[in-house]
Design a protein around this ligand. Structure first.
Ligand code: 5AD
Ligand code: SF4
Length: 471
């Protein structure tokens, strides 16, 4: 292991100390007649969901059980997202509403963590105006959660929002979301500094977990019965760049495919500037790597891509798409788009529409630009009004909906292998699962099939989902 790597890994001693706090809390909780309840709500991306699984693992080890309603909980935690303003506003709204709960039940503990808290102005606002919040910790303090909660249980108010480059810690138990999909973080942080994005400021520099640790975890979840893994990172294609003796991302993917019991391997997110021919070849060769690629383009205008600091042109992006489509003809492609980046004109926006028509994504995730304090784009001049941005946004969805519906229609009559994920939210007799490409399929079936792979004939396609029958 290189020296550089040692510095960023939280030492065994420090982790043992945290486990000691878990043990101390557990001892106190064991004296109570019933297990206390925790409510954990997660905003934002898969990385945040994965962090919440770790927090829930720690809470479980401390002796907490879980509930679905904040009003019934003894411990309430919001794990927040800072990528766009609307998610932040929701957190402030929900926190405001908790004042009533605290008034009625003084001993309830209210905590907020995650990306939003790693921004000083937000943490300060909570400190001064949300006095009923007992505990605030940023992404870098995640591993110190047991100590922080212990102090709060002892009557202190805790704010741990120190800005660090970030660390890697291991040996924490997860309370994972249900079978069949296991989320496995392979790296943390981001070095790209796209000019609109807050992530590099709140999640620190890129740092990879050791391949050994990742593969151990994949083997563990396979033994637990998970059939699908999602390898997570802000920019998975630069996995291993900070390790002197590790594997690169493609080599890691191939190793993950060797693990018995795992049938599907997905990953996200990829940055177009780092997609290698080696990766595309592996995706084509390895049966377990799903025929799905999420490749955020953000804009189709070269001028805007430059202002965004994305480090590719639309032409270079399209070249990658061409290679991918040639190597994997049934690839399911998705992307992220930002509409109304500062300086974007209607002319620039038309180039984004061009890209959508050229690539024909299966689905897009689109966002109206949201100003983030401290990022370079926050200082750039806007061209379009909010109204014009919304008009462009709506038109883009219209163009994309037609493409998505047409692409889904191609599935009608085909037989797809579906990994059963659960019961449909709207109908208890309907199961839901995904195709290899990640498309949602609903079909009649029994809950005993959860986590199993079944063959489903697609009978009807809609813009967002497919319907079928087990054969
Ligand atoms: N405003 C709007 N969308 C943003 N994203 C990131 N930062 C912003 C912002 N400031 C989008 C990008 C990214 C996705 C996760 O969120 O499209 O790929
Ligand atoms: Fe944000 Fe860009 Fe990093 Fe993605 S690659 S997290 S958009 S800075």
């Amino acid at each position: 292991m290189s020296e550089n790597q040692n510095k960023r890994i939280i030492s065994d001693e420090e982790m043992a100390q945290q486990r000691e706090y878990i043990y101390k809390i557990r001892k106190n909780i064991e004296n109570r007649s019933v297990r206390p309840l925790a409510f954990v709500e997660t905003y934002g991306c898969q990385q945040n969901s994965s962090d919440s699984e770790k927090i829930k693992g720690m809470l479980y080890d401390m002796g907490y059980d879980f509930c679905d309603k904040a009003s019934e909980a003894d411990f309430i935690l919001y794990n927040t997202c800072a990528v766009r303003e609307n998610a932040e506003l929701r957190v402030f709204g929900n926190l405001g509403a908790l004042k009533n709960i605290k008034r009625k039940r003084e001993d309830v503990i209210i905590a907020v963590c995650g990306c939003m808290m790693q921004q000083e102005h937000i943490a300060n606002k909570i400190k001064s105006r949300y006095k009923h919040v007992d505990l605030v910790f940023g992404t870098h303090a995640l591993y110190r959660f047991p100590q922080l909660l212990y102090n709060v249980l002892e009557g202190k108010r805790e704010f741990d929002i120190k800005n660090e480059d970030g660390s890697v810690f291991e040996d924490i138990s997860y309370k994972r979301d249900d079978i069949p999909l296991a989320k496995i973080p392979i790296m943390y942080g981001c070095n790209n500094f796209c000019t609109y994005c807050i992530v590099p400021y709140v999640r620190g520099r890129e740092r990879s977990r050791s391949a050994e640790r990742i593969l151990d975890e994949v083997r563990d979840v396979a033994k637990m019965g998970y059939k699908e893994v999602m390898l997570l990172g802000q920019n998975v294609n630069s996995y291993g760049n900070d390790l002197t003796d590790g594997l690169n991302f493609t080599q890691l993917l191939r190793e993950v495919c060797r693990v018995d019991g795992i049938e599907r391997v997905r990953f996200m997110t990829s940055h177009p500037k780092d997609i290698s021919d080696e990766l595309i070849t592996a995706m084509a060769e390895e049966k377990k790597i799903c025929n799905q690629l999420h490749l955020p383009v953000q804009s189709g205008s070269d001028r805007i891509l430059k202002l965004m600091n994305r480090k590719y042109t639309s032409g270079q992006y399209l070249d990658i798409i061409k290679k991918v489509k040639t190597a994997i003809p049934d690839i399911v492609l998705t992307t992220d788009i930002i509409v109304g980046f500062p300086g974007e004109t209607n002319e620039d926006f038309e180039r984004t529409i061009d890209i959508l028509k050229e690539v024909e994504y299966d689905t897009i995730f689109s966002f109206i630009y949201s100003k983030r304090v401290g990022t370079p784009a926050a200082e750039m001049e806007d061209c379009l009004t909010q109204e014009e941005k919304h008009k462009n946004f709506d038109r883009m969805l219209e163009v994309q909906n037609e493409i998505s519906a047409r692409k889904n229609k191609e599935y009608e009559g085909t037989v797809q292998k579906i990994l059963v994920e659960g019961v449909s939210k709207n109908n208890e007799d309907t199961l839901t699962g995904r195709t290899e490409g990640g498309k949602v399929v609903n079909f009649a079936g029994d809950m005993s099939l959860l986590g199993q792979m079944v063959n489903v004939k697609i009978t009807k396609a809609q813009t967002w989902s497919l319907f079928g029958e087990i054969i």
